[in-house]
Design a binder for this molecule. Structure first.
Ligand SMILES: Cc1cc2nc3c(=O)[nH]c(=O)nc-3n(C[C@H](O)[C@H](O)[C@H](O)COP(=O)(O)OP(=O)(O)OC[C@H]3O[C@@H](n4cnc5c(N)ncnc54)[C@H](O)[C@@H]3O)c2cc1C
Length: 458
């Protein structure tokens, strides 16, 4: 292998022996992600341990025009980490330390591969947390790079809202810092925001300064089933219009509730169900739940169960927490794919119903889980990877869903990102702005080595 790629020996000369691997198993493991997209095997997997390692590796890759595909936990869903060109798979997972914790500034500085549950374990004792929760145990660097959000976005926003500063190795191998510890700034262009959601195409994030928030004193949770999806979404809209400070607001469709009943041995009505959580002080969260109950009643809810007790809250939300694995268990032997779109909140019922119909017409079971408080919904679809005609129908149904989301004034992805799978919608969604995005990419990455083939179409 080194004979065809003489650069491998040179790369190995400035790293420790255990910092790179060309073993077949490791290369294969780094050639795929959560999606079914197929890429190529990287030539080598490299494990940097410091910003300086990353800088040396990227400088070397730039000189030799070697493609780099960055990867962390590898939970992204649209083919982001699948190498489309061989070269280096840059596995960031050894850079997972807390570098600085300043509780008095509500600030933590971390290396990029620490996961968000690890950050929260670290900061909880000081009554602080990082409130973005995408579900999978994702890394902070991966979350910044996809601008991840999740169940609490309706209250707390998205990852980029918490990024105070970044250290980045640019594709030409320079180490830059953008942002500061100041809570606000009007200085310079907002480069740090540009790296949020860049999917590793503009450089390697080597350090992240994150804003933290106080842990809520109290929380209340509720589970609210409805006869129709439309009624459930109208209920959510009424909560938002009433100005209720919802912390989480999740929709799980009837199909998925049926799956969770089978998986958890429960017997909840197999109807579209809204899961709610409110954060605040004891009195406040009880009052919020009371008002939500009245609105639920006005919208024909079949029931409204709520609690402030931590154990009971856990039980109320059990179906939401287990939905992914429950749906997998209901479809043994099938592969699954998850994808997301976001539309204006008022368009949600239409978007959800038409998307489900598109998949049903194409012959697929799909489960809907929605962060409905911000107009974002996810479809989990089960398919048989050997059925070629089925795969074509699957693509077509996905296409229908996205075209519809765009026509309703939405976006082809609210939080999962573009990766490979959504490249073809960039022109339609961004028009002439796409040309400016390409200019930015060219300015940062003149040789096109950084995660090539992702985020922007060629
Ligand atoms: C069951 C499940 C549920 C999910 N639910 C949600 C959800 O609710 N909301 C949501 O937003 N996402 C969700 N996701 C998707 C996924 O968890 C997020 O996209 C997450 O941000 C990816 O983090 P990661 O550490 O796995 O990154 P990876 O998948 O390893 O990488 C993601 C991207 O970041 C780049 N990258 C990684 N590290 C760096 C770095 N240090 N510098 C530069 N680029 C880098 C990679 O090249 C890639 O483009 C879910 C995934 C699963 C499997």
């Amino acid at each position: 292998m080194t004979a065809n790629k003489p650069w491998l020996a040179e790369l190995a000369s400035f790293l420790k022996p255990d910092q790179l691997s060309t073993s077949q198993a490791v290369l294969e493991q780094h050639s795929k992600g959560e999606s079914f997209d197929k890429g190529v095997l990287p030539d080598v997997v490299v494990f940097p341990e410091s910003s300086q390692d990353v800088q040396k590796i990227v400088k070397f890759a730039y000189e030799h025009a070697i493609p780099i595909t960055p990867v962390a936990v590898n939970s992204s869903l649209e083919g982001h980490t699948v190498p489309l060109k061989a070269g280096i798979s840059l596995d960031m997972m050894r850079m997972n330390r807390v570098l600085q914790f300043q509780p008095e500034d509500l600030l933590i500085v971390v290396q990029p591969a620490i996961t968000y549950p690890e950050v929260n374990d670290y900061t909880r004792r000081n009554g602080l947390f990082f409130p973005i929760d995408p579900g999978a145990h994702a890394s902070i660097g991966g979350m910044v790079s996809t601008n991840a959000s999740g169940t609490m976005a309706v209250r707390y926003g998205v990852t980029s809202d918490y990024v105070m500063a970044l250290e980045v190795v640019t594709p030409t191998g320079e180490l830059i810092r953008t942002g500061s510890q100041a809570r606000k700034s009007s200085s310079g262009y907002n480069l740090k925001r540009l790296f949020c959601g860049a999917e590793g195409t503009l450089g390697i994030i080597t350090e992240v300064s994150l804003k933290l928030v106080g842990l809520p004193e109290s929380a209340s949770a509720a589970r609210v089933p409805f006869k129709t999806m439309k009624a459930s979404i109208e209920f959510v809209t009424s909560l938002i219009q009433a100005g209720l400070p919802i912390a989480r607001c999740e929709l799980v469709d009837a199909y998925s509730i049926k799956a969770t009943n089978a998986y958890n041995g429960t017997n909840y009505p197999a109807e579209t169900t809204i899961f709610l959580e409110f954060h605040g002080n004891e009195q406040g969260v009880i009052a919020d739940a009371r008002l939500a109950k009245e609105l639920a009643h006005d919208h024909g809810a079949l029931a409204f169960e709520s609690s402030t007790d931590p154990k009971e809250r856990q039980i109320l939300w059990q179906a939401r927490h287990t939905v992914y694995y429950a749906c997998l268990a209901l479809n043994p032997g099938k592969s699954s794919i998850s994808t997301d779109v976001t539309v204006p909140i008022s368009k949600l019922p239409e978007a959800v119903e038409t998307s489900l119909e598109a998949y049903r017409k194409a012959g697929f079971e799909a489960s809907i889980v929605g962060h409905v408080g911000d107009g974002n919904f996810h479809l989990l679809i089960f398919y048989d990877a050997d059925d070629k005609a089925g795969m074509e129908r699957l693509e077509l149904a996905g296409h229908e869903m996205i075209v519809q989301a765009l026509s309703l004034g939405g976006t082809c992805t609210g939080e999962h990102g573009v990766g490979i799978r959504k490249l073809k919608y960039m022109k339609e969604e961004h028009g002439l702005s796409l040309d400016y995005m390409k200019l930015i990419k060219k300015a940062f990455d003149p040789k096109g080595i950084m995660n090539p083939g992702k985020k922007l179409p060629a």
